[in-house]
Design a binder for this molecule. Structure first.
Ligand code: NAD
Length: 264
């Protein structure tokens, strides 16, 4: 293969279907020459993930539910057996109870807070612990975040708090793993209509708002996020770690509504 990821092997977690950000990333990484491994969460998604992995000539390293640590271990044991080492891991996993992705953050229950934090934040750290062992000569870890970590957004609630913690964990792990030449970064993607996003209240409104008010006046696509991710895990980005890069049509610089934006 030729391309900026030729000769690199990477694991992508969080592929659900062909609308997933993980799919945009996998497609771009494959295009750039990477060899890929995938996990799926449960049998329902297995049926969807298998043909997608096959389309990209990738391998499946089994079921992974980050609330079951033994399944994370199994994935990395399998990878060690098959590949020995790994160059990159991309974490595209988040969860919060749909019932609390509406209304007020202040009403978040302890149970949902803990579960959202575990799946959407700690899982990246848990994965980094395993990945480090398979990166003796360095490597790179990437996760996905959202602007709701930095500013209040309607309905994003506990997920905004979890993403803020996730972004902080990127900085801490960048410092911890930097001496081993392991880079840790995040892409802050603009809103994209995926399975996970459909759980967020008034998502269509949020999508339109971003489209009308972002500098580029359009929605973010999984292809845009995918190509940026391919760059991030390539040697072209070898000087970058601890970074949160916005791929959001520039929305993060906007301080006020575009006066020319149509009503939604
Ligand atoms: P998606 O529904 O396609 O992917 C979410 C994935 O998380 C699924 O594959 C699901 O299986 C996985 N997941 C959830 N709980 C899990 C668990 N316990 N164990 C293992 N996997 C689990 O949606 P997406 O929008 O592509 O989400 C990918 C990432 O991008 C998430 O971190 C999300 O927060 C982030 N993100 C999304 C948007 C957006 O607007 N869609 C914007 C910014 C960031």
């Amino acid at each position: 293969a030729t391309g900026i990821l030729a000769g690199k092997r990477g694991l992508i977690l969080g592929l659900a279907n062909n609308r997933s950000i993980a799919w945009g990333i996998a497609s771009a990484a494959r295009q750039a020459g990477a060899e890929l491994a995938f996990t799926y969460q449960g049998d329902a998604l297995k049926k969807r993930v298998e043909p997608l992995a096959e389309e990209l000539g990738g391998i499946i390293v089994g079921h992974c539910d980050v609330t079951e640590p033994e399944t994370i271990d199994a994935v990395f044991n399998d990878l060690e057996k098959r590949w020995g080492t790994i160059d990159f891991v991309i974490h595209c996993i988040a969860y919060a109870d749909k019932d609390e992705l509406t209304g007020r953050y202040v009403d978040t229950t302890e149970g949902n807070f803990t579960k959202s934090m575990l799946i959407s934040c700690y899982s990246f750290t848990a994965i980094a612990q395993r990945a480090e062992k398979l990166m003796p000569n360095g490597g790179t870890l990437l996760t996905l975040t959202y602007f709701g970590a930095e500013k209040w957004m309607p309905h994003y609630n506990v997920m905004g708090v979890a993403k803020a913690a996730l972004e902080a964990s990127v900085r801490y792990m960048a410092a911890d793993l930097g001496p081993k030449n392991i880079r840790v970064n995040a892409i802050s993607a603009g809103p994209i209509k995926t399975l996970a996003a459909s759980g967020i209240g008034d998502f269509r409104y949020i999508l339109k708002w971003n489209e009308y008010n972002s500098p580029l006046r359009r929605s973010t696509t999984i292809e845009e996020v995918g190509e940026t991710a391919a760059f991030f895990v390539s040697d072209m980005a070898r000087g970058i770690t601890g970074e949160i890069l916005h791929v959001d049509s520039g929305y993060h610089v906007v301080g006020m509504k575009n006066p020319e934006a149509p009503d939604i």
